[in-house]
Design a protein around this ligand. Sequence first.
Ligand code: HEC
Ligand code: HEC
Length: 208
Amino acid sequence: MPGTYIRLNYFPPIFAALLVVFSSTLNAESKWLELCDDCHGPNGNSLHDSIPTIAALSKNYFVESMNSFKRGERVTRIHKRPGAMDTDMTMVVSMLSDYEIIELAKWYSSQIRDSKAQSFDSEKAKTGRRLHMKYCEICHEDSGRSIEDDIGILPGQQKEYLRLSLQDIASGQRISSKKMKKTLNRMERKYGSDAFDHLLHYYASLIK
Ligand code: HEC
Ligand code: HEC
């Protein structure tokens, strides 16, 4: 069911143990980690199709994303979690100080990315690769892996999350780089809306 989150019913002891080990290096952000990981998955590696993996994002991109939620420039969607209050990122960021956001960015940017294999169609992935090289590689270098320019990571990112992000950016509902919006609109005019789908298959195909 879209928008519904299946809660992890237990907090694996190994994570609890790791938290204790790392607590000396964790400061303001530590009290939030359980809440974040409840949606974003263990150490920020998502297990839910429409929730992004946030492990290993660039620190600046992380902070900028959190601030754009604060400014209301990014679309957010409520995720229902059984036994917990319905929450979205707007509510989450409203509870965090600037200092905590920076500490959380440091923590998640240093986590290892553990992308799960997702299904893909090889023909669509091939077309997606051509589209990526033509329209996206100029900014999303190394097939979208590079975080050098403080942008998100595309290979292995959750497919449904990517699909929603592309739609939101193309429609202007998510305020983004003007050039990127123009690029998406140009690509859509030329190749139709299937182009997005092909790109998603390509990014999924990069994780085996
Ligand atoms: C109720 C579920 C939920 C909780 C709790 C939650 N998030 Fe999110 N987060 C999301 C969703 C879903 C998105 C994608 C935007 C949307 O659809 O709202 C997102 C997006 C993000 C992004 C942007 C990622 C990108 O690639 O642009 C960051 C960063 C983030 N969350 C960090 C956090 C942190 C840090 C916490 C804990 C303080 C947290 N989130 C708690 C659901 C959650
Ligand atoms: C002119 C540079 C530029 C081009 C071209 C560009 N992008 Fe982006 N893209 C960005 C920047 C900068 C961001 C991050 C900040 C933002 O949201 O504006 C971004 C963000 C994204 C995001 C959101 C990532 C996340 O984690 O939420 C996706 C998805 C994305 N781009 C896909 C693409 C695809 C697919 C193409 C090619 C069709 C493309 N971009 C072309 C600059 C670009």
